[in-house]
Design a protein around this ligand. Structure first.
Ligand code: SF4
Length: 218
């Protein structure tokens, strides 16, 4: 094993999950122990920027922004250069870090091992993220955390294997979207066992997923 594939501590799973849910709700930024890694900034990623992100938009040259496909007018994406690098990456770091897009503020590659989703394989443009994601190891303390982790993974299997049961607008088109969706809906895969009172993982009805995804619950 080399230093480049040595395990990395991902922290306590439940703490991470609460933080990720808060980040997805826009309440906090993701805090990832990236070290010197810039894999997600150098992996040919399109970065979505919403029309409300005025500070971010003011710090990115307009010629680098393009209308976001399948999204309402005003939503844009920041592309990447011929090497697959974010054009705002400079000297190994983000040149607009304090003003970075919401997508970057919430990005956390630990979501892939959390959900059991592969971001790519060793031969595509997400290989560096895949290598990094495989290194994370969560601390899963006790049955409650373990059940919650199982629920996130069950939700990820659901969103990849039962796409036809999802509302059309929620169907993920990338591994990142699948993992994010799994975190968002995993609560529907948990219920309290009538006999023991303990949390167990269940296979929910599609309607239960639709309720979680309804605009009122977001
Ligand atoms: S791939 Fe993961 S560890 Fe590397 S910079 Fe991105 S979020 Fe940080």
């Amino acid at each position: 094993m080399t230093d480049d594939d040595a395990p990395l501590p991902a922290g306590d799973f439940s703490v991470w999950l609460r933080g990720m849910q808060g980040a997805l709700r826009g309440e906090v930024d993701s805090v990832v122990p990236c070290g010197s890694c810039t894999a997600c900034c150098t992996s040919s990623q399109f970065v979505h920027i919403g029309p409300d992100e005025l500070d971010t938009l003011a710090h990115i040259p307009a010629e680098l922004l393009f209308p976001a496909p399948r999204m309402p007018r005003g939503n844009v994406v920041l592309g990447y250069d011929e090497k697959g690098h974010c054009p705002m990456l400079a000297d190994g770091g983000c040149s607009i870090y304090e003003h970075r897009p919401r997508t970057c503020r919430t990005y956390d590659c630990r979501i892939f091992p959390a959900a059991g989703v592969e971001p790519g394989d060793d031969h595509d443009d997400k290989a560096a993220i895949a290598r990094r994601a495989r290194r994370w190891r969560f601390d899963v303390a006790g049955d409650v955390d373990e059940t919650r982790h199982d629920a996130v993974r069950a939700a990820a299997r659901y969103v990849t294997e039962r796409r036809g049961d999802l509302p059309e607008a929620a169907v993920p088109t990338t591994p990142t979207q699948a993992a994010v969706l799994a975190v968002r809906i995993h609560g529907a895969f948990l219920r309290s066992d009538d006999d023991t009172g303990r949390s167990i993982v269940v296979d929910p009805e599609p309607d239960a997923i639709r309720v979680v995804l309804s605009p009122r619950r977001r």
